[in-house]
Design a protein around this ligand. Structure first.
Ligand code: MG
Ligand code: ZN
Length: 219
């Protein structure tokens, strides 16, 4: 199966943003409530309190926003890319209902299961590298929703070595799981771990402080 899936904002302008930091955000447990057995229908999308406000504040501070999410129900055959597109359109809609500036620049999704041994599932940093290339490079040829291949130049991860230097010193990753922190670490991002019942707003103030180095990675 191809992947990860790429969904970008329709009016996204790629130019003049090469200098912007990127906030990589996990979806379930960060933007919206996760559900046992996955979020399967648009009606099940329930934003976590304050998430829209935090996205808007990050944007105001100059961040691009890239959601990176593992959604194995696709490989499990529960539903397909059309449903994924609808779910993410719903997340975006709800965010904008709560705050007019809560725009997501790109949703990147690994559709695989652990046993598929793909290269994109977190804790692989591949989706973060793809987001970096999409949002900072010339991605004008990428259609708004497509299966994309992981960029070939995703560096090999040395989990026992030093944390890599990120493309931008302020790049950050927010997640509720160790796999999110692992992906962020392997990319070199500042790491912010949140509780899945509170989500993004838990670290609102910290994210806006450039001098906050983020959390230590604890595998
Ligand atoms: Mg999560
Ligand atoms: Zn994958």
């Amino acid at each position: 199966m191809d992947g990860p899936f790429v969904q970008t904002a329709p009016l996204m302008s790629y130019s003049a943003r090469a200098d912007s930091p990127i906030a990589f955000l996990d979806r379930d447990g960060v933007l919206n409530l996760g559900k046992a057995g996955y979020v399967n229908r648009p009606e099940e999308v329930e934003l976590l309190s304050g998430a829209a406000q935090t996205v808007a504040s990050l944007r105001k501070q100059g961040y691009l926003i890239c959601v990176v999410t593992n959604q194995s129900p696709i490989a499990r055959g529960l539903w397909g890319p059309e449903r994924l597109e609808l779910l993410h359109a719903t997340v975006q809609e709800h965010l904008l209902e709560e705050h007019p500036d809560a725009h997501i620049d790109a949703f990147l999704t690994c559709p695989h299961r652990y046993e598929d041994r793909c290269s994109c599932r977190k804790p692989s940093p591949a989706m973060l590298h793809l987001g970096h290339h999409l949002l900072r490079g010339d991605a004008s040829l990428v259609p708004s929703f497509s299966p994309a291949l992981c960029p070939v130049d995703t560096p090999q991860v040395n989990w026992w070595g030093a944390k890599p230097i990120p493309p931008h010193p302020l790049d950050l990753m927010v997640g509720d799981r160790t796999s999110d922190m692992g992906a962020g670490w392997a990319y070199g991002a500042r790491l912010f771990r949140v509780s899945k019942t509170i989500g993004l707003s838990q670290v609102h103030q910290r994210l806006l402080r450039d001098e906050d180095p983020g959390d230590e990675f604890q595998p």
